[in-house]
Design a protein around this ligand. Sequence first.
Ligand code: PLP
Length: 359
Amino acid sequence: RAYNFNAGPAALPLEVLEQAQAEFVDYKGIGMSIMEISHRSKEYEQINDETQELLKELLGVPAGYKTLFLQGGASTQFSMIPLNLLTPGRTAGYVATGSWANKAIKEAKLIGEVAIAASTEADGYRRMPKPSEIHVDDNWAYLHITSNETIGGVQFHEYPDTGKVPLIADMSSDILCRPIDVSKFSLIYAGAQKNLGPSGVTVVLAREELLAESPKNVPTMLRYDTHAKANSLYNTPPAYSVYMVNLVLKWIKAKGGVAAIEQYNREKTDLIYQAIDNSGGFYKGLVDRDSRSIMNITFAIEDEALEKQFLKEAQEAGFIGLKGHREVGHMRASTYNAVPRESCAALAEFMADFQRRNG
Ligand code: PLP
């Protein structure tokens, strides 16, 4: 298997792919693939319900939350959130921390009033704001944050306390990478294609009261209440993607749950961050240490020609997806849950070797 450091769609656990392969043509003796069965069948209903329960179990979700499986990617949530929750006359707060937060802000502005609760633009988005820097107005409809900026490589390590104002988080690129206190959040959403499964399904986990009644003028498919009332079966769901999420969640459970996954992620990313920190400045991390992400590691080599050479040789050595996003450039290694420690160890070794030869 390739050393897959793609930012998304990203690596899936080999065990999950193999199980899907074994069940691909004939799911549990029914003589059909999950792709072929009705979403009204008892087999799919069981997958739909069990996947919701597994997610709640792994995240330790308290009573009063509902999980939805939607389509349109996390990008559609950028509009669904304000369409459903930012009613006329109200303002929503957004924390501007990089590319993805800014995309969410752009969409929300098309729909209602937006206030910037904090911004790290002046620091080149090299860090996450501290909770004390985020100013929350008690009248806001909600506060939106981006838990992990996939492109920049910064991650919140301490979430803000918003009191009565609902906290909403885009966790597309770090859901289930570490334990969180779900009760702090009113709504969490994530496109599946990094830590949850393949693309095609977006998970929304929210307090039931937030999903109960959408404003009258919101189109049916963009209303949370449509999907909440129908248990995510209002229209044809992305059944195969949900099935894959089910397998990924069972894989996380078998690994010992989210706390064990965090431990594993820290060991993995330490290998690469140490290769950067021990390089005497040959490799440079692109973000402040206390905002470093354990999902997306961004780094550079100062000499442009040498950096090009690094990317070329890395590709030849079988490392996939290390070129940084075009907005940031340089290098990015995405180390999602399913990326094995061996891939990270191999990259750290490659980095040390490249430095020995070129430093
Ligand atoms: N938010 C974050 C943090 C992301 O990393 C991404 C995709 O990379 C998105 C939103 C957009 O997700 P989608 O492609 O599912 O619309």
